[in-house]
Design a protein around this ligand. Structure first.
Ligand code: FES
Length: 132
């Protein structure tokens, strides 16, 4: 079984249209929300939530990526720090249940459809071996 990892930029700012939570960056606020939502939506340890420091798309905050060996990689931007966590957690559950990461488009929430910036193919077995 390949365990998916959800990478989320902890440093992304709140968009101008959303109010912040004190000094907490929007990305960290999203991570905090995701921690609760992933516990509710997925089995213990089914998804690894990995905070990262800047994904080089600061002007399209909040940013995240979902990946697993042998599966598609989804790159998200424009995620709402205060509203995206339930949809993202649900998508993580759907993604984990697939063999290749291909969650049917019709099953994706409107927020996920809107925030999906890129979808990358899985690395081949040979490419994964070279990467190690
Ligand atoms: S601060 Fe989040 S992508 Fe740069």
């Amino acid at each position: 079984m390949t365990q998916p990892t959800l990478f989320v930029c902890a440093l992304c700012k709140f968009p101008a249209a959303e109010s912040g939570a004190g000094d907490t960056p929007g990305g960290q606020h999203l991570i905090d929300q995701l921690t609760d939502c992933l516990q509710a939506e997925t089995s213990q340890g089914e998804i690894t939530l990995q905070p990262v420091r800047c994904m080089a798309a600061c002007d399209r905050a909040c940013n995240a990526a979902l990946s697993a060996p042998g599966k598609l990689t989804f790159i998200f931007n424009g995620l709402s720090p205060s509203q995206s966590a339930p949809d993202l957690a649900e998508f993580c559950r759907q993604y984990a249940a697939t063999a290749n990461g291909k969650v049917p488009y019709g099953l994706r929430s409107p927020a996920i459809k809107q925030s999906t910036a890129y979808v990358l193919p899985p690395l081949s077995v040979e490419e994964m071996a070279v990467a190690r």
